[in-house]
Write a protein that binds this ligand. Structure first.
Ligand SMILES: NC(=O)c1ccc[n+]([C@@H]2O[C@H](COP(=O)([O-])OP(=O)(O)OC[C@H]3O[C@@H](n4cnc5c(N)ncnc54)[C@H](OP(=O)(O)O)[C@@H]3O)[C@@H](O)[C@H]2O)c1
Length: 426
């Protein structure tokens, strides 16, 4: 099986290393030899840490995708549009199987690409696009095929999980830890996609489609990142028996599906609370199997190459499944449940001037929106000074909470915008 690799960065070089090291193993498992015949990147002269001298070089990755010396095109360039999309569309149009690690591309164009691949009867595989080395695409598409899936959620961004873990362990604030993460290579120079939740949103949009048999709908997502999580919130979470994680959640509810990414307080006794550092974890819940939990490295050359190689072996074996488990034409539109209707317990932190009557005003605002208080936490007394006040609220509707937060912010003794973190009981 002749493989053309477009993109020779972290994942591309990792894949070459894996295929060079495990050629025999892959051939035995796939039933035929897997040969890299062609490669493409921007800079031919760059040292990639692997020997590419035996492969035909293409300056233009689209030419590689159309080359008759390539049977399978591996797209490892990245980006939802532009050259990556062109490479994948060209490969499919030329009747070639495609493997990609590109979550942005699949989250935005997955359904139409799947339809194109199915009409050309070629596989389109993207195990590496979600949770790196964890075989969660395979698990949902194959292993759990006998179940109606009610919920799939997880920690899908290693950068955010690393930052939150470091904040908890060191007591330092977000900016400080982000700075270190960038120096150590755990966060990109431009970290926005990761820390603002977009990367995790790409991944959960793909998992939602696999789990619920609906078209991938990135625009349906509610997305919040971790910029506003403070060391103080993390300390309070610990005290209250929670840990703060950036969760990506897709859930089938009454009349539709909710898809959201935001920081959550998760109870300490849940498996997801103990997933630390750059690790990812996914939980999928099916009606017959109950809860299944997957954990592993969500990024990096080795784990991502491992997932790409698994797709290549499947293609060598002749496996050609519908990319989203059911034929693209059978994916069924499902209404998106509005975030304003979401209901759940919440943590709210107020920074208030310690003066008489404040709590009565806070209670009145909550009462007016029908939100009830489970507990209030305020340490000691510092008359005239700013103190944190923590409110734990019973199941509150998101729409009501928006109005509550606005009214709280308008109170004179409240000196900075209130911070809300949703509690996920899981
Ligand atoms: N890194 C991870 O841990 C990880 C994990 C899961 C999924 N992914 C996904 O895997 C894909 C690749 O990620 P990566 O981290 O390997 O990226 P990367 O290190 O930035 O590598 C990107 C590669 O694409 C090449 N490239 C850029 N524009 C090109 C063009 N116009 N024509 C041909 N080649 C071009 C670059 O060439 P030059 O080297 O010559 O500049 C580079 O080799 C992305 O979709 C990413 O989301 C990555």
């Amino acid at each position: 099986m002749r493989i053309g690799i477009a993109g020779l960065g972290t994942v591309g070089a990792g894949l070459i290393e894996l295929i060079q090291k495990h050629g025999d193993l892959l051939a035995r498992r796939g039933g035929k030899s897997l040969e890299i015949t062609a490669v493409s990147a921007r800079d031919k002269s760059r040292d990639r840490g692997v020997d590419c001298s035996g492969y035909e070089w293409f300056d233009n990755a689209v030419d590689l995708a159309a080359s008759d010396k390539v049977d399978v095109v591996v797209e490892l360039i990245g980006g939802s549009d532009g050259i990556a999309r062109e490479v994948v569309e060209t490969a499919i149009g030329n009747g070639k199987a495609v493997v990609t690690a590109n979550k942005a591309l699949i989250a935005h164009h997955g359904t139409s690409l799947a339809a194109a691949a199915e009409s050309m009867k070629v596989p389109l595989s993207f195990e590496a696009a979600v949770a790196g080395g964890i075989p969660i695409v395979k698990a949902l598409r194959e292993g759990l095929a006998g179940n109606e899936i009610s919920r799939v959620y997880g920690i899908l961004n290693g950068t955010c999980n690393y930052i939150l873990t470091q904040m908890e362990e060191s007591g330092r604030d977000f900016e400080d830890v982000l700075d270190d993460a960038q120096k150590l290579g755990y966060a990109e120079a431009d970290p926005a996609f990761d820390i603002d939740g977009v990367d995790a949103a790409h991944k959960i949009a793909i998992l939602a489609s696999l789990a619920f048999g609906c078209p991938v709908d990135f625009d349906a997502l509610h997305i919040e990142g971790i910029r506003h999580v403070t060391a103080l919130d993390i300390a309070y979470a610990t005290e209250l028996g929670y840990r703060i994680k950036l969760l990506a959640i897709a859930r089938r509810g009454e009349g539709g599906i909710e898809q959201r990414v935001h920081p959550c307080m998760v109870p300490l006794h849940t498996p997801i609370a103990h997933v630390d550092g750059v690790f990812n974890a996914v939980v999928a819940e099916g009606d017959f199997v109950d809860q299944t939990v997957y954990e592993g490295r969500g990024a990096g050359a080795g784990p991502t190459a491992s997932a790409v190689a698994a797709d290549l072996v499947d293609i060598a074996r002749g496996l050609n499944l519908a990319p989203f488990a059911v034929a693209a034409s059978d994916l069924q539109e499902v209404p998106t449940l509005p975030m304003d209707d979401h209901e759940g317990p919440v943590y709210v932190r107020l920074m208030v001037l310690d003066q008489p009557g404040v709590m009565a005003d806070v209670a009145a605002i909550l009462r007016d929106e029908n939100v009830s208080i489970e507990s209030v936490l305020q340490r000691g007394r510092s008359p005239g000074e700013v103190v944190p006040v923590i409110l734990i609220l019973h199941d509150a509707r998101e729409g009501a909470m928006k109005r509550v937060l606005k009214s709280l912010e308008e109170m004179e003794p409240v000196v900075e915008p209130p911070r809300m973190i949703r509690i996920e009981l899981l």
